[in-house]
Write a protein that binds this ligand. Structure first.
Ligand code: GLY
Length: 366
C-alpha cells in the first residue's frame, strides 16, 4: 500500500518544524567539551527529496546495495533484498571483516555476529559468537522466523543453525590466518612465537608491533522499497583477534541496527564497545522520528559517544576519542545519510543506477 500524499505532506511539515528545534539542541551539545568542539559546517543538513527504492550500506557494500535495490525493484521483500546484498560480502574471502575469510579471535577461530530487522512486521533477531557458518545473517533471519527468541549465541546458535541445515565449514582463509599469525608473533618478546627474522636481527620485539592495527570492519545494509517498507541487516567477524566470546554491537538490536517502519532505519560499523554503551541505532531512529535528517541524527549519535567517552585510555592527546564509529541512516521516504566521529569515511548508495560512494559527515578532521 502506498503511503498517501497527505501523510507525506504532514511528515514534511512536522519535519520542518522539528528540524529547527533539533538544530538548536545540536548547538547546545556542541558547546560542551571545551577545546574539542567538532566541526559545525555539516550540521543541520537540508532535507532532500528521497528516491525509492533505495539501499545504503557501509563503504564495503557497493555490490550489496546494487543487489538490494535490484531485488526491491523486482518486488522482493526488503529484508530478503538487503540480506542477499550482504551475503555477497559474507561469501567474499577478500573482505576480512565479514563472514568467510573474516579475521579470527585470539585463538585463530572465526566468530561471527549478525542481526536483522524487518520493518513491516517489526520483527528482528540476532546471532552472536557463531562459528563455522559463513552467513550468520541468514541464521539470524531463521531465528526471527522460526523461534520465539531474539538472540542466540555461541554453541546454541551453532546447534540451531545445524538443525536448520546450514553447512559448517572452516571460515579461516590462509590470508586471514597469516594476518592473525603476524599479530600473534608480534604480541610479546617474552613468549615463544617469533616473527620471521634473520640471524642478524637482535631486537625482534621492535619489529613493528605498532604498524599493525586491529581492524573493526563490518557491513551494515539498509533498504526501503517503493511502498516505504524498510529493513536492515548488520553482519561482521567483529574486532580482529578478540577474546573468544567477545560480542560487539553488530548482533544487538538497537546498537548495530534498528528499524521502525514508521520512521526508517539505522546501523553502524566501527568500535562496537562504544556503540553498545549508547545504543546509537535506536537513538538515531528516534532522532529521525523527531525530525532530524538522517545525517544530523547520525551526527547526534557521534556526539553522544564523544560525550560518554570518559576513560583516558580511549582518548587521544587532544581529549578526543582515539577510535572511530560510523553510522548509516535511511528514512521511509528514501532520504539517507551517514556520519562518523572522524573524517574520511564514505558510504555506499544505490537508488536505481550505478552504485556510488558518498562522503560521510564527521565531527573531527582526521
Ligand atoms: N562494530 C563491529 C564490532 O565492534 O564488532
Amino acid at each position: 500500500m502506498n503511503r498517501s500524499d497527505g501523510s507525506r505532506r504532514l511528515f514534511l511539515k512536522l519535519t520542518a518544524l522539528f528540524s529547527a528545534g533539533a538544530a538548536l539542541h545540536t548547538g547546545g551539545l556542541l558547546a560542551k567539551p571545551a577545546g574539542m568542539t567538532p566541526q559545525t559546517t555539516r550540521f543541520a543538513m537540508p532535507r532532500t527529496e528521497g528516491i525509492r527504492p533505495v539501499s545504503i550500506a557501509s563503504y564495503n557494500g557497493l555490490e550489496s546495495v546494487r543487489r538490494a535495490t535490484e531485488g526491491m525493484r523486482n518486488g522482493e521483500d526488503t529484508l530478503d533484498a538487503v540480506l542477499a546484498g550482504v551475503n555477497i560480502v559474507e561469501d567474499d574471502p577478500a573482505d576480512d571483516s565479514v563472514g568467510y575469510g573474516g579475521l579470527p579471535n585470539e585463538d585463530g577461530v572465526v566468530e561471527l555476529d549478525s542481526c536483522v530487522m524487518h520493518g513491516p512486521t517489526m520483527r528482528g533477531a540476532g546471532v552472536a559468537a557463531l562459528r563455522g557458518i559463513r552467513n550468520p545473517s541468514r541464521v539470524a533471519k531463521v531465528v526471527m522466523e522460526r523461534t520465539d527468541h531474539v538472540l542466540l549465541v555461541g554453541e546454541g546458535a551453532l546447534r540451531f543453525a545445524r538443525a536448520h541445515g546450514f553447512r559448517e565449514e572452516n571460515l579461516l582463509t590462509d590470508a586471514s590466518r597469516e594476518k592473525w599469525l603476524r599479530w600473534k608473533e608480534r604480541l610479546s618478546t617474552e613468549d615463544d612465537w617469533l616473527p620471521p627474522h634473520t640471524p642478524e636481527d637482535r631486537n625482534i620485539g621492535a619489529l613493528a608491533l605498532e604498524e599493525y592495527e586491529r581492524p573493526t570492519g563490518t557491513i551494515n545494509c539498509l533498504g526501503v522499497n517503493a511502498n516505504g517498507d524498510v529493513s536492515g541487516v548488520t553482519t561482521t567477524s567483529g574486532l580482529a583477534f578478540k577474546i573468544p566470546g567477545r560480542v560487539g554491537d553488530s548482533p544487538i538490536l538497537g546498537a548495530g541496527l534498528y528499524v521502525d517502519n514508521s520512521v526508517g532505519a539505522a546501523g553502524s560499523t566501527g568500535r562496537g564497545e562504544a556503540n553498545l554503551l549508547s545504543l546509537a541505532s535506536f537513538l538515531i531512529v528516534e532522532r529521525m522520528r523527531q525530525g532530524d535528517t538522517p545525517t544530523d541524527a547520525c551526527l547526534f549519535a557521534c556526539r553522544r559517544i564523544v560525550e560518554q567517552t570518559k576513560m583516558k585510555r580511549l582518548l587521544d592527546k587532544t581529549g578526543r576519542p582515539a577510535f572511530n564509529v560510523n553510522f548509516y541512516a535511511l528514512t521511509i521516504h528514501g532520504e539517507h545519510g551517514s556520519a562518523s566521529i572522524w573524517s574520511g569515511k564514505k558510504y555506499a548508495v544505490n537508488d536505481g543506477g550505478e552504485s556510488r560512494l558518498l562522503d560521510a559527515a564527521f565531527l573531527y578532521q582526521s
